[in-house]
Design a protein around this ligand. Sequence first.
Ligand code: TXA
Ligand code: MG
Length: 346
Amino acid sequence: MKTSYWLVDKNVDTKHSYPQIQQAADLLKKNEVIAFPTETVYGLGGNAKDDDAIKKIFAAKGRPSDNPLIIHIAKQEQLAEIVEEIPEVAQKLMASFWPGALTIIFRAKKGTLSQYATAGLQTVAVRMPDHPVALKLLEEVDLPIAAPSANRSGKPSPTTALHVKEDLDQIIAGIVDGGPTGVGVESTVIDCTDLLPVILRPGGITKEQIEELVGEVGLDPALINKESKPKAPGMKYSHYAPNAPMFLVNGTKERIQCLVDEERNKGKKVGLLTTEENKSYYDADYIFACGKRAELHSVAASLYEGLRSFNHQDVEIIFCEMFPLEGVGQAIMNRLMKAASHQVMD
Ligand code: TXA
Ligand code: MG
């Protein structure tokens, strides 16, 4: 399949109709699937009401069919059609964090969405992305759009259109390139179907931000104890892993350099994921500085670029610094633990 490619201005001027966005919207209306930028990562969108469109998404990604998709909307009025009820706590969360990097799980209304989009569950995940291109596209289509991250299943999520191309060129109908995404990690997923809201996936909106607004919320036990079964089906799959084995190191720079040296002495090509503050200390075959440790948001923003870059460098083993579990650090460590298959060296 030929993949159309549209370069658009990140800050869509809504006074003008952008032919590129119009073309992308037309393809979505025809139940084709296209990638588009959001503030977190690029999404692979398709008409959430149409079985064929949703099947195309699962096929393009190679995604297991038991892993439901997030439904993207441009206006809160669109909720009435897809959810059974809007709990008070969800109202509050939407008022503060939408549009934004927060996905809310509601009880699903029967009969409107493709059952493939919700993987046959009684609940549905919804978010309103905070990106002018995504919002304009969603407005133009005027349909709920199911959109997982636009990567092949298991790979790091794409934060640039080039990442999408690496994974899905010639496989999907189009890519809207609105430049690099800002947040860099996916949305926080919070289940609001029970009395106590529970975070199923840490992401762009932090637990601290949420609790400041609505009081204490729960954390899916699977986020802390890897033996528990995750409540978000997607969280059980291995994800984000570079081709080479990766190890998180809970130790000093000296300790990390020691580990690097040991592997290099064995003749291995060693990669290292560090931060701007520390990069000049190290000596390794390939070093990626992932933002500034003092500004965890900058680490989140370049995390997936970093994970992807190891594959281009053909390193044979990767060591990685750890990050505090504060703020967006929760999401960063969650993704790194998955990328490293939970291998931590003390
Ligand atoms: O930032 C994001 O959320 C990006 C952009 C494109 O919006 N999307 C994204 O989608 O990360 P995806 O499909 O890669 O991750 C969706 C996660 C999966 O872990 C899935 O299992 C979970 O949300 N999920 C979806 N519907 C659910 C439901 N009804 N109950 C529990 N978990 C659900
Ligand atoms: Mg994903």
